[in-house]
Design a protein around this ligand. Structure first.
Ligand SMILES: *Cc1c(COP(=O)(O)O)cnc(C)c1O
Length: 361
C-alpha cells in the first residue's frame, strides 16, 4: 500500500485510525451481523450510533442544550437556501458579508427570498483579506447576518467574531469546523458540509439555537425545515447513516487526542511550518494578508502561471496530491485539515525548496 499526502480541499484526508476502524467494522458492526452501510436507520443498532455522534460532538464543541444539532443532507450549498427559508420572514431583510466564493453564492441564493444587503466585501482586492465589520455596520432590523468563517478557496479566515448585537449570526464553517475550539454561544447558527474536516461527503451539520426554530416560511420544503428535522432527530427521512457513523469515529478520534485545544495546537504547528517557510523566502508569494491567514487552506503562487502548472504536476508525481489551486484563482492551495499529518507538511516544504532551486525564475 502506498498512501499519498492528499492536499485536496474536499473531500479530503481522513485519519488513518478512523479508516482502519471503519475497515475492521465494514462486514460486521458489533454483533449486528451487518455493516453500518446496510442498517436501517430506525434499528436498535443505528440509534446509538447517531446518538453517540451527537453527544460526542456536543462535548467536543461544548454545544449548550439550547442548541439543536442536526445531521442533514444536501451539502453546505443547500444551506445557502435553507438559511433564508428558515430565518428570513417574507418582506424581511438580512445582512451578508462576502469574503469569498461560497459567501458570494450564499448571498446570491438569499436574494431569491428577500431584500438582502451586502454589508461588506473584499472582492475588489481578490478576497485576500476578511472585511472588518463593526456593530454599527449591521442593520439592527436584519433577520440575521451571514458570514463564511474560513474561506476554503482563498485561504482566509476570520480572526474575530463579528459583534452583531441582537442580530443572529449565521456562519458557514465547512472548512474549519472542529479544527479548533469556537465559542458556539456567539453564533445563532453554524453549518458545515462534512467532507472537509469531518467525514466523507454526504452529511451537512447544522447547529441552531432552538429559539430560532419554528419560524420557517410557508414555502420552505419540509426537507429544509430545521424545526421538522429537529423534531424528528434528523430522521424525518433516511439520514446519511454511513457518513454520520464515520463522523462519529472522527469525533472519537479527536477526543482521544485530547479534544479541540490539542487539535488546534497540532493544526497551528502544521500551518506555522508552511507559513514560516513562505515568509522566509521570495520565490513563492502568499497572497493573503497575514492577519487573515487560514490554518486549514494555505494558498501561494510562484507569480508565473507556467511554473505554477509545473509545480502542481511535479508535486503530484512526488505523492503530494491535489495541490493545484481552485480553478477561479489558479496557483497552489494546500489544504491541511485535521487528518493531514505534520510529516505531510514537512514533505511539502521540502518539495517546495527543491522546486525553487531547480526552477529559477
Ligand atoms: C466546500 C464548501 C462549501 C460547499 O459545500 P458542499 O457540501 O459541496 O455544498 C460551502 N462553503 C464552504 C466554506 C466550503 O468550503
Amino acid at each position: 500500500m502506498s498512501r499519498v499526502y492528499n492536499f485536496s480541499a474536499g473531500p479530503s484526508m481522513l485519519p488513518i485510525p478512523v479508516l482502519e476502524r471503519a475497515a475492521a467494522e465494514m462486514l460486521e458492526y458489533g454483533t449486528s451481523g451487518m455493516s453500518v452501510a446496510e442498517m436501517s436507520h430506525r434499528s436498535k443498532d443505528f440509534e446509538p450510533i447517531i446518538a453517540k455522534a451527537e453527544a460526542d460532538l456536543r462535548k467536543l464543541m461544548n454545544i449548550p442544550d439550547d442548541y439543536a444539532v442536526l445531521f442533514l443532507q444536501g451539502g453546505a450549498s443547500t444551506q445557502f437556501a435553507a438559511v433564508p427559508l428558515n430565518l428570513l420572514p417574507v418582506g424581511g431583510t438580512a445582512d451578508y458579508i462576502v469574503s469569498g466564493q461560497f459567501s458570494g453564492k450564499a448571498y446570491e441564493e438569499a436574494k431569491k427570498y428577500g431584500d438582502v444587503r451586502l454589508v461588506a466585501t473584499s472582492k475588489p482586492d481578490g478576497f485576500s483579506y476578511i472585511p472588518e465589520v463593526k456593530r454599527e455596520d449591521i442593520n439592527p432590523d436584519a433577520a440575521y447576518v451571514h458570514i463564511c468563517y474560513n474561506n476554503t478557496i482563498f485561504g482566509t479566515k476570520y480572526n474575530y467574531i463579528p459583534d452583531t448585537g441582537d442580530v443572529p449570526l449565521v456562519a458557514d464553517m465547512s472548512s474549519c469546523i472542529i479544527s479548533e475550539p469556537v465559542d458556539v454561544t456567539k453564533f445563532a447558527v453554524i453549518y458545515a458540509g462534512a467532507q472537509k474536516n469531518m467525514a466523507p461527503a454526504g452529511m451537512t451539520l447544522v447547529i441552531v439555537r432552538k429559539d430560532l426554530l419554528g419560524k420557517a416560511r410557508p414555502e420552505c420544503p419540509s426537507m429544509l425545515d430545521w424545526n421538522i428535522m429537529a423534531e424528528n432527530g434528523s430522521m424525518y427521512n433516511t439520514p446519511p447513516c454511513y457518513t454520520i457513523y464515520m463522523a462519529g469515529l472522527v469525533y472519537e478520534w479527536i477526543e482521544s487526542l485530547g479534544g479541540l485545544e490539542v487539535m488546534k495546537e497540532m493544526n497551528a504547528k502544521k500551518a506555522a511550518l508552511l507559513y514560516d517557510y513562505l515568509d522566509s523566502q521570495d520565490y513563492y508569494i502568499a497572497p493573503v494578508r497575514k492577519d487573515c491567514r487560514s490554518m486549514m487552506n494555505v494558498t501561494f503562487v510562484t507569480g508565473n502561471a507556467d511554473l505554477d502548472k509545473k509545480f502542481a504536476s511535479e508535486a503530484e508525481k512526488a505523492g503530494l496530491k491535489n495541490i493545484k489551486g481552485h480553478r477561479v484563482v489558479g496557483g497552489m492551495r494546500a489544504s491541511i485539515y485535521n487528518a493531514m499529518p505534520y510529516e505531510g507538511v514537512e514533505a511539502l516544504v521540502a518539495f517546495m525548496k527543491d522546486f525553487a532551486k531547480n526552477n529559477p525564475k
